[in-house]
Design a protein around this ligand. Sequence first.
Ligand code: SF4
Length: 62
Amino acid sequence: MRGYVDENLCVACGLCAQACPEGFRMGEQGVAEGYRELPDYAIDDALQAAEDCPVGAIRIGK
Ligand code: SF4
């Protein structure tokens, strides 16, 4: 499982990188990116980040 960010929707609020740094970081383009496979312990945080993203830009999947 990993997080995917729709870079066309992301408004760079930083919430996901804060809530789940194991799965998200702010990329060089200034928007968030899901940068690696989620460790099991971080999946709940990633799902929460997806739910809390103000623009619905995050999808969690394979
Ligand atoms: S929470 Fe959503 S809008 Fe905010 S940085 Fe992450 S992907 Fe972008």
